[in-house]
Write a protein that binds this ligand. Structure first.
Ligand SMILES: Nc1ncnc2c1ncn2[C@@H]1O[C@H](COP(=O)(O)OP(=O)(O)O[C@H]2O[C@H](CO)[C@@H](O)[C@H](O)[C@H]2O)[C@@H](O)[C@H]1O
Length: 491
């Protein structure tokens, strides 16, 4: 099959979070399975150009219809660790992708509506006719809408769309100017409830809803989250839409790219290790301590890696940090916040804990350091309020770092409590799970983990090894996606 992924991120060249990992990892797996995969991405000024090889002109004068006129674009092609990527650069006053950031601008709706339109225009003009277009999250929700309302009539009648939702919280709410800009026009038609009108705001169109309504298949990133989104408030108002489209909606658990996240070959850690040779993890722990200037004592290291926002349960991250320190553990945090109040809070904590020899807060985005933290820590904390899949616990498992998670979303599908899981035999359990959102809940799980580390170190190591035995590679999810593509291809 010929598959084109249209996305706003692809790791490591463009990565704000887990979306980037998934777009890259799935593309690689599909290629390994013999399919042809190409990616279409925005050409941001701030992306990691050092991860692109052979960047060259691919299509010089692409004119993308926009309002009544057209925006002149250049399309570049390059290889990102083996994947063929096309980068779209518009030349217009809006400077859509030269903002020094990926997201967070007041006109994000317009930026990504433009990107969606430009990606299809590029496919059309360059005569690319993929069997499957796979697009992701609200940023590309308009792709299937534009395909079936406009591009189908221009020669792209045979393309089918798989749409994956990584986060229901951000849906892309827009006004009718997006319809005018993209050439969809006809407000009355698109503002119908069964099309793009938001389920709660009658004056807004919802780009993610458009993606659900118009795609041939819709997935989210774990089976449990698919259920939550359909039946609970976690669907952020889209539950009824998912219900109406339930026949094409499923949850496919994400994978991890084991070529990149693997302690046996990881290029960012000082010493490699595996299930059979666990000693290297101690070396990584030493290296982590020396890198972050933590005192070198016989203590467990608890880590948190991730965006610092409400989704991730920041109030519990904060509490767990002090609780871990009080229980004789060390705590390492790597995260960044876009919300000013949360950002200020953690900068304050960082200053407050500056002289604490058992704690380090690294505020910012640092891919290389994240590898060392996964390898050098004993436990990884994921106390999310909601978590569609969660990659950090799966990466932690691969690195023999025991996950301590809240039992929501994909965390339910991947982490099984050592003491209480009813469905797995003890030899298949791999971490600790708590359910409530209060301090006692996180203490109950983190406390058990730290106690086991101190009192039964061999059993703790056994638990870590049991986690490493799980296969959360792209192997199974890759197969699942190919089945989905096959099922929609000839419809
Ligand atoms: N400060 C930092 N420095 C370096 N690396 C950092 C970092 N902060 C985060 N990362 C990395 O970014 C990725 C984050 O993965 P998550 O699963 O937490 O994704 P996120 O919530 O962004 O995305 C959404 O999409 C993904 C993919 O579908 C879902 O797993 C998830 O549940 C959903 O919320 C990991 O690779 C992590 O190591």
């Amino acid at each position: 099959m010929y598959i084109v992924q249209i996305a706003s991120e692809c790791a490591p060249v463009i990565k704000a979070g887990g979306l980037g990992d998934v777009v890259y990892g799935l593309s690689r797996e599909l290629e390994n399975r013999g399919h042809t995969v190409e990616l279409i991405l925005p050409k941001y000024d701030c992306m990691r150009y050092d991860h692109i090889w052979g960047l060259h002109d691919a299509y010089k004068d692409l004119f993308v219809p926009w309002y009544g006129g057209a925006v002149h674009c250049s399309v570049y092609c390059g290889w990102v660790h083996g994947r063929v990527c096309f980068f779209i650069e518009p030349h217009c006053e809006d400077n859509f992708f030269n903002r020094g950031c990926y997201y967070g601008c007041s006109d994000d709706n317009m930026r990504f509506a433009f990107f969606s339109k430009a990606a299809l225009e590029f496919l059309l003009r360059s005569n690319k006719r993929p069997d499957i277009i796979h697009c992701h999250d609200w940023q590309t929700g308009l792709v299937p809408v534009l395909l079936y309302e406009i591009y189908k009539y221009n020669g792209m009648w045979n393309q089918r769309v798989c749409y994956t939702i990584h986060n229901f919280k951000h849906q892309g709410m827009a006004g009718s100017e997006v319809l005018r800009a993209t050439g969809l026009n006809q407000d009355a038609y698109y503002f119908q409830y069964d099309r793009l009108r938001d389920n709660f705001n009658p004056f807004a169109i919802n780009l993610m809803k458009g993606g659900i309504v118009y795609s041939n298949a819709v997935t989210t990133v774990s089976p449990h989250h698919a259920w939550e989104a359909h039946y609970t408030e976690v669907g952020s108002g889209l539950g009824h839409t998912l219900h109406l489209h339930q026949d094409k909606f499923t949850g496919v658990l994400n994978g991890i790219d084991y070529d990149f996240w693997n302690p046996e070959i990881d290029r960012y850690i000082p010493c490699h290790y595996s299930i059979d040779d666990f000693e290297g993890k101690q070396q990584a722990k030493k290296a982590l301590r020396s890198h972050l200037l933590l005192q070198d004592e016989d203590k467990p290291i608890v880590a948190y890696i991730g965006r610092l926002d409400q989704q991730k349960g920041v109030h519990l991250v904060h509490h767990a940090m002090y609780y871990a320190l009080s229980k004789g553990a060390q705590f390492v945090l790597l995260g960044s916040a876009t919300e000013p109040a949360i950002n200020d809070h953690f900068w304050h904590e960082k200053q407050f804990l500056n002289d604490n020899p058992d704690c380090h807060l690294e505020l910012g985005f640092n891919e290389e350091l994240s590898h060392l933290i996964y390898a050098g820590s004993d436990m990884i904390l994921v106390p999310s309020n909601y978590e569609p899949c969660g990659l950090t616990q799966m990466i932690g498992l691969k690195y023999g770092t025991v996950p301590i998670v809240r039992g929501v979303g994909g965390l339910v599908n991947t982490v099984f409590d050592r003491d209480y899981d009813q469905n797995k035999p003890p030899a298949k359990r791999n971490g600790y799970v708590f359910y409530e959102t209060d301090n006692d809940a996180v203490e109950s799980a983190l406390g058990r983990a730290i106690d086991l580390w101190y009192e039964f170190p061999k059993e703790f190591q056994q638990l870590a090894i049991q986690g490493m035995e799980y296969d959360y590679s792209w192997n199974y999810p890759g197969k699942n996606y190919v089945e989905i593509y096959e099922s929609i291809r000839h419809t």
